[in-house]
Design a protein around this ligand. Structure first.
Ligand SMILES: [Zn+2]
Length: 300
């Protein structure tokens, strides 16, 4: 089950307080596509959302709401008020009116009602991306004026969002992880929120350890390069019969390097028979490199 389905399931099944019911319906109505005398319906890919919308309208207005399921692989659920009489009944009770370019604030009695409105908006037109891929919540909104108002409304709840054009409409999107977590808190999605935070913590931990691995790889590359140069120099000295004439301590280090091409300086010092320090070993290897340079110069 995707995170988006999970959060919608959780939000759809939350208990709604009496004072919040109209605000929740308002969220559905304003951000769903159809709320007029001709048609009152909600189309959603989430079955529980369709059921919650239907039972909300039935309980508040005493109307019948049908739920149908269409579509093949990706089913779509349509909750619709079939009778015109019922639709008019709802519209007569909706004294706030549905003007689709702004948010009618007088409808909200308390803070909880505003939060329910945001929940309705998310259920009607919201989408949560998989946190394993990206941190993102999108609200698909039909016009720019409403998108701007909604973005401000979210800002009042300390949720930072942005707006972009999307097809014929607009998209209000949230892309910061902590802002998404704020949104969950405002909507009351505590179970999914915990799981989401867990996933994002694991993801950022993995990112950090990937960076550490990259860093290790860079160190390994440096070790390999340095070892290769040293071994080339030693082989050159052997070929030119100069190694045997070197002081004993340099010969030992040359042998050590040739026998352990993959080891870093530190590791090499660790296994050196004379218990060399890293800087002692480094000094001897540098000495070998200098002799190599001198011999090479003469040979050229
Ligand atoms: Zn309320």
């Amino acid at each position: 089950m995707s995170f988006c389905v999970e959060i919608k399931n959780e939000l759809a099944e939350l208990k709604t307080k009496g004072c919040c019911k109209t605000s929740l319906i308002y969220g559905f109505a304003l951000f769903g596509r159809s709320f007029s005398a001709k048609r009152i319906c909600l189309q959603t890919e989430n079955e529980k959302t369709a059921k919650s919308y239907a039972s909300l309208l039935s309980s508040v207005y005493g109307v019948d709401v049908d739920i149908r399921c269409g579509g093949g692989k990706c089913p779509t659920y349509i909750a619709e008020v079939g009778s015109e009489f019922d639709r008019l009944k709802i519209l007569a009770s909706v004294d706030f009116g549905i003007y689709d370019k702004s948010i009618y604030n007088d409808i909200f009695y308390r803070e909880c009602c505003k939060q329910s409105f945001i929940r309705g908006a998310f259920l009607a037109c919201g989408h949560l991306s998989d946190p394993n891929k990206s941190y993102r919540v999108d609200f698909y909104i039909k016009n720019e004026a409403l998108a701007k108002e909604f973005s401000l409304f979210l800002a009042e709840h300390l949720i930072e969002s942005h707006i972009s054009k999307c097809g014929n409409g607009f998209r209000v999107y949230i892309k910061k992880n902590e802002m998404i977590v704020n949104l969950f808190a405002v909507m009351g999605a505590s179970a999914v929120s915990l799981k989401y935070i867990e996933t994002s913590v694991i993801k950022s931990f993995n990112n950090k350890s990937n960076r550490a691995i990259n860093c290790d790889n860079a160190n390994i590359n440096r070790t390999v390069m340095a070892s290769k140069k040293q071994r080339d120099a030693i082989e050159f000295l052997i070929k030119n019969e100069r190694l045997e004439s070197l002081p004993e301590e340099l010969k030992k280090v040359a042998k050590l390097r040739m026998e352990n091409p993959e080891l870093s300086l530190k590791q090499l010092a660790g296994i050196s028979p004379d218990s060399l320090t890293v800087s002692g070993l480094n000094h001897r290897l540098k000495r070998i490199m200098e002799i190599y340079e001198e011999v090479k110069k003469i040979k050229e």
